[in-house]
Design a protein around this ligand. Structure first.
Ligand code: ZN
Length: 765
């Protein structure tokens, strides 16, 4: 046998103690554990003892075990160990090291209060490792356990706080042994805890650790700087307790801790190794809830209270990962914040931090929201001129201004055309008659951002002429009215319309070319009659006239005192006398005649002398005239035919026997008068009642003074008078006698005495 000696052999044995190696697993170990005390019979077959000749004795040896063989496998080739084949012509190879010259390196560490962890380097060729142990360095080493397919082993069930010594050797498949390793030892101890420290509230830190096997309790040490002096701070007297809350601390200050476990043995606390140093800072907790409520133009932030807080800070960002800017601070009592510096449709991210004496706690979870903005109410669009449209809308709460969008089709793309702080906008340069579509929304600007709110639905309008307003209708002469209006922007001319009633048919009476034609004289108008006028402007676009809508109407009249002298029930023996008087004063009257034989001379004289002849029924018999609508028209047609046959005149002017307000007709045909009042104008006739009565029908030959007085009285305060008199021969002689005085009175009062025509003012009951 070749003996080897290495420097290692002279090394003193390293005692591996108090080294924390973490969780040691023994699951790979295949050998069965055996008790610490190994009987002689369990000993493996002895191996040839190493008998060094030229080296000192190894310093370690067992008493009742084979001598550990120590050798160095890395030693150079010995002359006593020549190449295996001396005849080989190749140069000598590195000599092969024999298995029994090899030796592993063993490490022992404490694995807990009752266990030791062993590990060693693998030896090539080894199929098994024998672990030998001893309770003392120089005591007897006994075979303890064999381990296959592993290079580590945890020895459990050891006595606490005691050092154990081990050595290991390998065995190959031929049953050959390596040399024993150097002796390694370790002491059973409680392990170092794995500690943590974290803020527990504004003035508390929670120190926690894992449960250490076999621990009777733990000792907590504290310092105020990492490398400062650690003082024994708190002893935990239960091995199952794994945390401690350190209270009454200073907010924001860092505290340092280390923890070690102990096991009581023989009335004494035996301590394990210290944990790593851990530190924490007591900080205010984060608000557990943050609530965001969005409104029309702001976001309300509220949050839950934090114990120990003296105030809160509200931070906001527009990017969740971006810079959070301080928005504001509140007192500890106020846990809401109204954030008005927001704009619609931008997402804002908020977090809340509690503060105590200016030191911030932990930030809350980030919450996000975006504000909305209502759409403008009462949005409308209307033509403002022949080339512009005005859009108008209502206020939107929180809006900085408004954005107006336009499209040329209802479902087309709406393009922004204006931003304004006003509540209306006039879009100019448009095409007359073309329809345009608009939408509007509020916008809000804050801190460099602008957001647009909810859009209205589209509204449309087309540029039209503003109907020019008629400014006046005034008397121009005794028979003409002058109509004036204001020029319409963009008009090329105007159409003027007239009606004789407010809501009647308006007929075009003139076309006025040129924007500056802003008045017109309407000739041939009747005094005291109201005329109604409307106007439209036109503009020539692509050769075609585009019209404005109608203006509203304006009315006027030629005010004049007019008297209509009317004589009913003729002709008679008085007719010529009456005509002579009228001729004398050169005034014309109206005769409502009935059918009479032998009076053709009078019928003709009325017409020939320039007076108006009119219808009053043929028989003047109420029972006949008012028997029916048909009977009425038979009566009127009959007298009309009579007049026509005698005078050649067809008249459309009539007076109801008894006037339109008579009640006698009801005896013959109820409801007839209402029908006649409609059918008379419908057939193109004009019926006239009276507003001054001479009273000559109240009896035969009433005093002429009485007749004159009645007429004077009836004319008071009247501009237009229709005076009722009768032409019935001998019974009405006094009417003829009163007539000159009546005419003189009317002329003196300024009345223009006229015959009734189709244009005359209608005096109707
Ligand atoms: Zn009559």
């Amino acid at each position: 046998m070749i003996k080897r000696l290495t420097a290692l052999m002279l090394c003193t044995i390293m005692l591996m103690t108090s080294v924390f190696v973490g969780n040691v697993s023994a699951s790979e170990i295949t050998a069965t554990d055996i008790p610490a005390a190994v009987s002689e019979s369990d000993k493996p077959t002895d191996t040839p003892a190493a008998t060094p000749t030229d080296t000192p004795k190894p310093t370690v040896s067992g008493t009742d075990t084979p001598k550990p063989t120590v050798s160095d496998s890395d030693s150079p080739v010995s002359p006593d160990n020549p190449p295996q084949n001396p005849d080989d012509p190749t140069p000598p190879q590195e000599p092969e090291i024999k298995f029994d010259e090899l030796k592993t390196v063993l490490t022992a560490k404490t694995a807990g209060y009752n266990s030791i962890h062993l590990s060693w380097e693998a030896v090539e060729g080894a199929v098994k490792y024998e672990i030998w142990s001893s309770g003392s360095l120089k005591g007897t080493y006994v075979y303890t356990v064999g381990v296959s397919d592993a290079t580590e082993y945890t020895r459990t069930g050891r006595a606490f706080n005691k050092t154990f010594y081990y050595k290991v050797r390998g065995v190959n498949s031929d049953g050959e042994y390596t040399q024993f390793s150097e002796i390694a030892s370790a002491k059973t101890q409680v392990l170092a805890p794995n500690a943590k420290a974290a803020s527990y509230s504004y003035n508390k830190i929670k120190v926690s650790w894992n449960k250490v096997a076999g621990a009777s309790g733990y000792m907590i040490y504290r310092a105020t700087s990492a490398n400062g002096k650690y003082t024994q701070y708190k002893r935990i007297t239960k091995g199952s307790t794994t945390s401690y809350v350190n209270s009454s601390l200073t907010h924001g200050k860092t505290y340092y801790y280390k923890v070690r476990a102990y096991r009581t043995s023989g009335g004494k606390r035996i301590y394990g190794a210290y944990s790593e140093i851990v530190s924490a800072k007591p900080r205010l907790s984060k608000p557990s809830t943050v609530t965001l409520k969005r409104s029309s133009y702001y976001i309300n932030v509220s949050w839950s209270s934090v114990s120990g807080a003296t105030g809160y800070k509200v931070y906001r960002a527009t990017d969740p990962e971006g810079d959070y800017i301080l928005l504001g601070t509140t007192s500890s009592k106020k846990r809401t914040f109204k954030n008005t510096s927001v704009v619609p449709n931008v997402v804002y991210y908020y977090k809340i931090v509690a503060t105590r004496s200016g030191v911030e706690g932990l930030p809350s979870t980030v919450k996000s929201a975006s504000a909305v903005m209502a759409k403008p109410s009462s949005f409308s669009a209307a033509s403002a001129s022949g080339s512009s449209i005005k859009v108008s809308w209502g206020t939107v709460s929180g809006a900085t201004g408004y954005v107006v969008y336009k499209s040329e089709t209802a479902d087309g793309e709406f393009v922004e055309i204006a931003r304004t702080t006003a509540k209306s906008y006039t879009d100019n340069g448009l095409t007359l008659g073309k329809t345009y579509y608009y939408k509007v929304a509020g916008y809000r600007t804050s801190k460099g951002l602008t957001g647009v709110g909810t859009l209205t639905a589209a509204v449309s309008a087309a540029p039209k002429f503003t109907a020019p307003a008629i400014s006046s209708v005034k008397k121009n002469s005794s028979s003409s009215l002058k109509i004036a209006w204001k020029a319409s922007g963009g008009a090329d001319g105007y159409y003027l319309y007239r009606s004789t009633s407010k809501s009647g048919t308006y007929s075009q009476i003139a076309k006025l070319e040129g924007n500056d034609k802003v008045s017109y004289v309407d000739e041939g108008r009747t005094s005291n009659k109201y005329y109604y006028y409307k106007i439209k402007a036109y503009r020539i676009v692509d050769g075609e006239e585009v019209l404005s809508s109608f203006s509203s109407y304006k009315s006027g009249r030629i005010t004049k005192k007019v008297a209509y002298l009317t004589f009913d029930d003729g002709p008679s023996s008085n007719t010529i006398k009456i005509l002579d008087i009228l001729d004398k004063y050169d005034v014309k009257a109206t005769f409502f005649v009935i059918g009479k034989s032998g009076r053709d001379k009078e019928y003709k004289a009325i017409v020939d002398r320039g007076h108006t002849i009119a219808l009053h029924s043929y028989s003047h018999n109420y029972a006949k005239v008012y028997a029916s609508e048909k009977a009425f028209w038979n009566e009127m047609n009959k007298v009309s035919d009579k007049i026509y046959s005698v005078t050649g005149v067809r008249t459309k002017i009539l007076r109801f026997p008894g006037g339109s307000s008579n009640t006698v007709y009801k005896k013959y045909c109820r409801g007839l008068m209402a029908k006649l009042k409609k059918s008379v104008p419908a057939k193109g006739y004009y019926y006239h009642d009276w507003n001054v009565s001479s009273g000559d029908a109240s009896g035969n030959n009433i005093s002429k003074y009485k007749i004159i007085a009645n007429i004077k009285n009836g004319c008071k305060n009247k501009t237009t008078v229709n005076i009722l008199m009768h032409d019935t021969g001998s019974a009405k002689r006094t009417t003829v006698e009163a007539l000159p005085a009546i005419i003189e009175y009317l002329l003196a009062q300024g009345y223009d005495i006229q015959p009734i025509t189709e244009d005359s003012v209608l005096i109707q009951h």
